[in-house]
Write a protein that binds this ligand. Sequence first.
Ligand SMILES: Cc1cc2nc3c(=O)[nH]c(=O)nc-3n(C[C@H](O)[C@H](O)[C@H](O)COP(=O)(O)O)c2cc1C
Length: 179
Amino acid sequence: MLKSKKVLFQLTGSIACYKACVVISRLVQAGCDVKTVCTENALKFIGKSTLEGLTHHSVYVDTFEDRLALEHVELTKWMDLAIVCPATANVMNKLAAGVADDFLTTLFLAWDTKKPYLIAPAMNRNMWAHPATKRSVKTLEDWGVKVLGTAKGYQACGDIGEGRLLEPADLYLEIRKHL
Ligand SMILES: Cc1cc2nc3c(=O)[nH]c(=O)nc-3n(C[C@H](O)[C@H](O)[C@H](O)COP(=O)(O)O)c2cc1C
């Protein structure tokens, strides 16, 4: 069912980037063609080599990289589904404000809204409960984005609460459901 499906997998600057790698690996093993986009801050948590090794594609980061002009538009045509996983509070609030100041956010504005766009939030419980984040979730859902739930439990900062990234097996099932 997933064979040859094209997934645009986008990572942002969260401690949960390591979990996203498990999901990417599973998608590739299921026959998906997966391309990755990272914010500059995602690369502080995960290396390009890991993502290139898992997907056999280079990683998109910079809108102005040589030979990649207009690639943000091409990718929206290429993809069957996009997911931001993990999604920081920062990136969710930027997307909901229509900011387009890096590859990931520019691509979102070029998104063909007929195609599924998923967001898997990962953040500290206070960031998740913040009114700015709550408002952004509502705005994004109103625009047709599927904002996935979060899990409750231990957070990297030591807190216990809502805002944890869903487990890789659950993320994989959500992607499968929307493809
Ligand atoms: C160790 C560490 C872990 C972090 N984890 C998260 C996280 O899980 N979720 C989040 O929203 N921000 C997290 N941050 C803060 C973001 O990295 C920061 O807001 C950054 O500007 C996000 O950039 P980006 O959204 O462009 O990737 C973390 C920061 C550090 C130093």
